[in-house]
Design a protein around this ligand. Sequence first.
Ligand code: PRP
Length: 212
Amino acid sequence: MSKTLSIALPKGRLGEKIYDMFEKAGYGCPSIKENSRRLIFDDPVTGVRYFWVKPSDVAIYVERGAADIGVAGKDILYEYEPDVYELLDLKAGACRMAVAAKKDFRPDTGKTLRVATKFVNTAEKFYIKKGVDIDIIRLNGSIELAPVLGLSDVIVDIVETGTTLRENNLSIVEEIFPISARLIANKSNYRFKSEETDKLVSALGVKIKERS
Ligand code: PRP
């Protein structure tokens, strides 16, 4: 008998798109489409159990084994380095991590660079490699405000369409890495459920190929 796979999906627009991919790959769970506040959905036919999780928390559920599988952005995986397997690039939710600043920003090498970000480790890793001294200003949202109000010189943040930057007179200084959603798995649960997990990975892989 095959074992139930528990899957943490990121709540929100991207999560709904990701769920549709799973459904097309044969892992549907009709009750998930019901308009309710429930967070857990079981489908005995396909043997999956889905949870809706805050996107930045998916990796925590998977790393600690509360979910066997999850979908997390490369931004989160790079920032928190959770001890999980990264099984597949789902080629969805494409955006990029970038440094941005006011259009007239010119770096002053004699001064510590003030960097506002939610992605503290990402920014540190990036500037350590460059050998640039930085002062990190940790914010939780609306990062684009920081350079506009003079709180920071630059920001390290996600850019998707570029609209937020444009509408606040900011522009990209440098791209750090491309981001997309990744399928991740808990390491010890994978050993126990490798057959079911591999089957899911191949089914999703086929759908991704068909799409591209
Ligand atoms: C993200 C990111 C940027 C924006 C980029 O913010 O931090 O602010 O989206 O998208 P765009 O390039 O399409 O304009 P989010 O909406 O997650 O809110 P936040 O301000 O809380 O980070």
